[in-house]
Ligand binder design. Structure first.
Ligand SMILES: *[C@@H]1O[C@H](CO)[C@@H](O)[C@H](O)[C@H]1NC(C)=O
Ligand SMILES: *[C@@H]1O[C@H](CO)[C@@H](O)[C@H](O)[C@H]1NC(C)=O
Length: 500
């Protein structure tokens, strides 16, 4: 009041021109003060104590484990975690994510036995059941070339060789390096720990080069099993030398090593990849169309092969995880390598538990690796999505906006019918009155993953064919929890097609 009276008095004693001038000066001062205030608020955002933290008392922390980490082969993993707001800690800190290049469950066992709910590790106990080369080769799974354990299956191998005199073989071991094609007579049938596998003859060639197809997959859950394939791109690697004239002494013609030929050096693919900017997968698809072949034949078999491999091994992972507090702390990203023959038959070559994510040798691969890692972190929920993580019981959680009871509900007609008054029937267990807490937690995670999947595509439970959407999915041979998981996705698909 006093100030305004004073101002009025000052104004009244001045001439008009002076009053206008003074008003301008006061206005300018007011504006400057405001700008200063806004700017100083802005610069405060850089202070560490106003970075949004998940629980106000501490930042998100990751730890890493592996030999010679300082050489930088996990650089892209660290970069993406740090971009998502994580800082690097040690195993003994209260970390949120452990990224381990090696299999961690022997060396770090004590750290991993009793993990808390918020902690995630990038491997499952027992993941070697999937990636072990001897196990995989001799599994008898579809799409795996015939193989024989040495020395145990020596006689079978010899009689197979007699029946198939055209066959060529490669001898491999778990540490792989230096494989070479051999006729049966030249193989070493004594050394234990190795296996002999039939060589895929007549591989499909592009510009005369043999190649392999590396598919990145993510196991987000076991019991029930949920697996996604990263669909944003696929790694194609070519042999450095042309396949013909064939010479089994020149492994650069048929083995893909670290020094492979990259896609941008393959002239039939380069126009799509380099000039038009497609990824490796779409460049390959476009090329295959251009020579009158249908790439869907390949992708379909790859999905099938992955599904049967993973479902076959799930129970081994379940029992290996049983010693740990919960399998919910674990996830796994692997790269599964395939070769294709002239008739577009697909064969699994190997599954890598820690695929190479270093672009030091081939810098253009940086984007591929970063996108793979980004999609993994997002799918698993390691990149914070803003939702509440682990507070309250399931019914409290389901009253939060991220995922609610209505988002889990499926099969309205079946669940309304009188037959579902009895919750012991499998077909009724997904109905709200029958949902147990443990099933709720499974469905909440499945729902969240679906919303976080970005460029990942679900391969287990598989996407539904039109006849399955209409008549229901075949769940024969699956464990009960897997049956329920498959049916839930079917139920969601009937409500909304993005779930199919
Ligand atoms: C990853 O692959 C590159 C070749 O692309 C190779 O130089 C490097 O040694 C590999 N790193 C690891 C950790 O295997
Ligand atoms: C491979 O491609 C790169 C980039 O296009 C090029 O610089 C290089 O000379 C090529 N190498 C060969 C062996 O063709």
């Amino acid at each position: 009041m006093f100030l305004s009276r004073l101002l009025l008095w000052v104004f009244s004693t001045m001439r008009k021109k002076t009053a206008v001038l003074l008003t301008c000066i006061l206005g300018l001062l007011f504006f400057t003060f405001n700008m200063w205030h806004v700017l100083s608020l802005d610069s405060r955002r850089d202070c560490p104590d106003v970075i949004p933290l998940r629980n106000a008392s501490r930042p998100l922390v990751y730890a890493a484990f592996g030999r010679k980490l300082e050489s930088g082969y996990l650089e892209h993993v660290f970069t993406l975690l740090e971009r998502a707001g994580y800082i690097r800690g040690t195993f003994s800190s209260n970390w949120d994510v452990l990224w381990s290049y090696e299999y961690p469950f022997r060396v770090l066992k004590d750290h991993l036995m009793n993990l808390q709910q918020h902690q995630k590790v990038n491997h499952f106990p027992g993941s070697g059941y999937i990636t072990n080369k001897v196990n995989l080769a001799t599994s008898g799974l579809p799409h795996v070339p015939v193989a024989f354990k040495i020395p145990e299956q020596k006689t079978e191998l010899i009689s197979y060789g007699k029946k198939n005199p055209e066959s060529l073989f490669v001898q491999k071991s778990n540490n792989h390096r230096g494989i070479k094609i051999q006729p049966l007579a030249k193989l070493d049938l004594k050394t234990p720990g190795t296996f002999v596998q039939e060589y895929v003859r007549k591989p499909l060639l592009i510009d005369g080069h043999k190649f392999d197809i590396g598919v990145y997959i993510i196991i987000s859950s076991i019991e029930p099993l949920r697996v996604y394939a990263y669909d944003g791109d696929i790694l194609f690697r070519f042999c450095p030398e042309k396949y013909h004239p064939f010479d089994e002494n020149k492994v650069d013609k048929y083995v893909i090593g670290d020094d492979y030929l990259p896609i941008w050096n393959v002239s039939s693919l380069k126009p799509y990849y380099s000039n038009l900017g497609f990824g490796m997968k779409e460049s390959f698809n476009a090329y295959l169309h251009s020579i009158g072949k249908d790439p869907k034949i390949i992708w379909h078999q790859i999905d099938e092969a992955l599904r049967s491999m993973l479902l076959r091994r799930e129970l081994s992972l379940v029992s290996a995880s049983a010693k740990f507090a919960s399998s919910r702390n674990f996830f796994e990203m692997m790269r599964v390598d395939f070769v294709v023959d002239e008739d577009l038959n697909v064969f699994i070559m190997e599954a890598n538990m820690s695929p190479n994510l270093s672009s030091q040798h081939f810098p253009p691969n940086r984007l591929l690796y970063e996108q793979v890692i980004f999609n993994v972190l997002k799918l698993i929920g390691i990149i914070p999505s803003g939702g509440k993580n682990s507070v309250g019981n399931y019914d409290e959680l389901l009253s939060q906006p991220e995922v609610a009871h209505k988002d889990l509900a499926v099969f309205p007609e079946r669940c309304l019918a009188a037959r579902c008054a009895d919750c012991s029937k499998l077909e009724c267990k997904l109905c709200k009155p029958c949902l147990t807490d443990s099933l709720k937690s499974v469905l909440i995670e499945a729902f969240r993953e679906h919303t976080r999947r970005h460029l990942c595509r679900r391969i287990v439970p598989p996407s539904l064919l039109p006849e399955e959407i209409e008549h229901g999915v075949n769940v024969e041979g699956l464990t009960e929890i897997n049956q329920l998981m498959h049916q839930w996705f079917h139920g969601k698909c009937l409500l909304e097609s993005s779930w199919c």
